[in-house]
Write a protein that binds this ligand. Structure first.
Ligand code: HDD
Length: 722
């Protein structure tokens, strides 16, 4: 081979010239492309038949997309290579700023269908006609992590819904938790700075388990209700499909006469609530960082469309006046026992995006997007958000015309005089670009006092000043109500989460300050956390208002609002060669009947040969399919197969983790050596079910409806005082 710095001798090259080295060959599209040999011996595919010709952005057909234009065989590139320059220029500019919060997200299309008219309380067109469907785009997200972070962070989940109504877009930009950390939007940058990676070291990514976050929280008592939710299993959902959504704030509904009814919005998943354990979440992040987005994509692609009910809590000024808390305070919820949630519609996600960037990345939610008949309350957080969302889209999407991007454009007619700006796609046409004008019918659109948006006519007076109202001062009572509304296993998880997070905090004084707030919430919780951290119990933090006792609310627990059946859940079936074909067939049938899904896992990706000689392809090799990816697992092994997998670490982890995570485990009797080697053979309980024949299958699948056998975990609590 000629040395690199040897100049070409003449136009001719020796056989050893580096140019002759074989080049990467493009994927084989030989069905649709004709292949031809490039000058250097490389293979390319050229357009033919229905396959379009590659062009530049200007539409010029491209003859060669493999080689830049150069002078001489081994000489410099030519500046006139417009195709190369355009391609690289465009590539260099592919990234846009990620969202400052909620950077990691995943979206899908669907529809909202009204099932109960709200025409008595609102003129909003979307709430008038039962059975009518409105197109929607939904984006789920985590808050703190950057775009490439993992899905199972302990974090709040965004639940943002854009409804393309006939009277303009309505963006209901909510979370999977019905309250928020702060009461005043001026604290939002501080909250987010504190939660994100620390600015000098830029870690930890996508987690709040660090000093800055807990320092801020411990100095912000109003955050403690939200902290209870964020430390509960709500913050590690099993799937977007199994979590609730909340509009959080009190909004207003306005009827045609301008009369107002307060409303809070709820999304309730048809498949019930479900979360994972923290130990599972940590492992899922390693095994499949895209766990949530893959789950949503797979469900929609397979026709198992995720569905939520839209619920509304309606209340009037009279209720607001007598409610124990301020309905304008976003750190408080209204218990469903006090104002029931009425179901008025359903949301179905039935279409994945065609392109992630065009749709999910470019979608711009703005809380101030409301149609006539829906209006804001004076919740200060909401008022602040109404400024922030519009502002952030300009930074992110580069100019004021982001509504021209198809995902953001309303699907109803638009007519206005706003024009120009970067990337204007559809300027108004005609002579008049102002109003009033005297161009008559050709003068463009006019305001309409009847159909147009009207704000609630609320008499307001007061002194201009900076203050936090007295009515916002109780920070602990609803935090306590949340805690006492949880089942024992959920209470344990809250304690575990607090101990875990605070164990990552280096400064003992911060840990102690957090516990001092827990003292105002619940003695047992404070005691468990202090004990788990090895701290003496501190004095309770000074409270602006003493904690009052509120009755528990069943709606606040995940376990009490689990699924009606095992539908939408996934079973991991670990097979070996020689596994019982009858049991496998019965299992598949029972899972299908339950509307659940399964994946076959095998020692080799090539699959296994069952007892009857049938071959079964594997979806996963055991190393890539730890049991954390499944809701329940089954091991069907032959004696020889069991002897083989019993020695394998990934196989041992598979059953040990499934057991530790309280999952239902089905197994053929031959699989027992695996449990022995995994060290759990003596612990197997009634959630571990032997499947000796196909007759045992139905009982197992029915048992899985309970999702977990929590008793297993309740026996051990490392943090609680003995
Ligand atoms: Fe926010 C994004 C939800 C308070 C400022 N927020 C954002 C998203 C969701 C929420 C779901 C992602 C939307 C998407 O998928 O593109 N935010 C909430 C909820 C809050 C809340 C439920 C409290 C009730 N947010 C909040 C405050 C402020 C912001 C108080 C500022 C004053 N939020 C933003 C933002 C973001 C955003 C900076 C970043 C990206 C974006 O807007 O589009 O404007």
């Amino acid at each position: 081979m000629a040395p690199r710095n040897t100049p070409p001798s003449s136009g001719k090259k020796s056989a050893e010239s580096p140019k002759k080295a074989p080049r990467a060959v493009a994927p084989d599209f030989s069905d649709s492309y004709d292949e031809t040999q490039g000058e250097g011996g490389e293979t390319h595919q050229i357009a033919s038949g229905d396959v379009p010709t590659l062009t530049t952005q200007q539409g010029a057909p491209v003859a060669d997309d493999q080689n830049t234009l150069r002078i001489g065989d081994r000489g410099p590139a030519a500046l006139e290579d417009f195709h190369f320059r355009e391609k690289i220029f465009h590539f260099d500019h592919e990234r846009i700023p990620e969202r400052v919060v909620h950077a990691r997200g995943y979206g899908a299309h669907g529809f909202f269908e009204l099932t109960k008219s709200l025409s008595d309380v609102t003129r909003a067109d979307i709430f008038q006609r039962v059975g009518e469907r409105t197109p929607v785009f939904v984006r789920f997200s985590t808050v703190a992590g950057s775009k490439g972070s993992f899905d199972l962070a302990r974090d709040v989940r965004g639940f943002a819904v854009k409804l393309y109504t006939r009277e303009g877009n309505w963006d209901l930009v909510g979370n999977n938790i019905p309250v928020f950390f702060i009461q005043d939007p001026i604290k939002f940058p501080d909250l987010i700075h504190a939660a994100k990676p620390e600015p000098d070291r830029m870690f930890p990514q996508a987690q709040t388990a660090h000093d800055n976050f807990w320092d801020f929280i411990s100095l912000t008592p109003e955050s403690f209700h939200m902290i209870m939710w964020a430390m509960s299993d709500r913050a590690i959902p099993r799937s977007f499909r199994f979590m609730e959504g909340f509009g959080v704030h009190s909004f207003r509904l306005l009827d045609a006469d301008g009369r107002s009814t307060f409303v809070k919005f709820h999304w309730k998943p048809k498949l019930g609530l479900q979360s994972v354990l923290w130990n599972e979440a940590v492992k899922i992040n390693g095994a499949d960082p895209d766990f949530h987005r893959r789950d949503l994509w797979d469900a929609i692609s397979s026709g198992d469309f995720p569905e939520w009910e839209l619920g509304v809590q309606l209340f009037d000024e009279g209720f607001a006046d007598q409610f124990a808390f301020d309905v304008l305070d976003s750190t408080k919820l209204i218990p469903e026992e006090e104002v029931p949630v009425q179901i008025v519609g359903r949301l179905v996600l039935d279409r994945t995006v065609d392109n992630f960037f065009a749709e999910t990345e470019q979608v711009a939610f703005c809380t101030q997007n409301v149609p006539p008949g829906i209006d804001f309350s004076n919740d200060p957080l909401l008022q602040g958000r109404n400024f922030s969302y519009l502002d952030t889209q300009i930074k992110r999407l580069g100019g004021p015309n982001f509504t021209h991007i198809p995902i953001n454009a309303p699907k109803c007619p638009m007519a206005h005089f706003q024009q120009d700006g970067h990337m204007a796609m559809r300027n108004p046409v005609g002579r008049a670009n102002y109003e009033p004008n005297s161009w008559g019918a050709e003068g463009g659109p006019r305001e309409n006092p009847v159909t147009g948006f009207r704000s609630f006519e609320e008499p307001v007076e007061g002194t201009k000043r900076r203050l936090r109202p007295e009515s916002f001062a109780d920070h602990y009572s609803q935090a306590r109500q949340f805690f006492i509304s949880q089942t024992p296993i959920e209470q344990k998880h809250i304690g575990d989460a607090l101990v875990f997070e605070l164990s990552k905090v280096e400064r003992p004084d911060i840990r102690s300050r957090v516990v001092s707030h827990l003292m105002n919430i619940h003695d047992d919780l404070a005691d468990t956390v202090a004990n788990g951290l090895g701290l003496p119990l501190p004095d309770a933090a000074t409270a602006a208002r003493p904690t009052i006792h509120l009755e528990p609310s069943a709606a606040l627990s995940i376990v009490r609002n689990g699924p009606p059946d095992f539908g939408g859940r996934k079973v991991g079936i670990y097979l070996t060669d020689g596994a019982d074909a009858g049991v496998f067939a019965a299992l598949v049938k029972a899972i299908d009947k339950e509307k659940a899904v399964y994946e076959v896992i095998a020692p080799k990706i090539g699959g296994v040969t069952l007892s009857d000689g049938a071959k079964v392809a594997a979806k996963q090799k055991i190393d890539g399919a730890p049991s954390v990816l499944f809701d329940a697992v089954v091991i069907i092994a032959s004696a020889d197969g069991a002897a083989l997998i019993a020695k394998d670490a990934a196989s041992q982890d598979f059953v040990r983790d499934a057991f530790g995570h309280c999952k239902f485990i089905g197994y053929s009797p031959e699989a027992m050596p695996l449990f022995v080697k995994a060290g759990i053979a003596d612990d197997l309980d009634d959630g571990c079910m032997e499947i000796g024949s196909s007759n045992d299958v139905a009982g197992f699948v029915t048992a899985c409806r309970a999702l977990r056998n929590w008793n297993r975990e309740l026996k051990v609590d490392m943090d609680a005082r003995a």
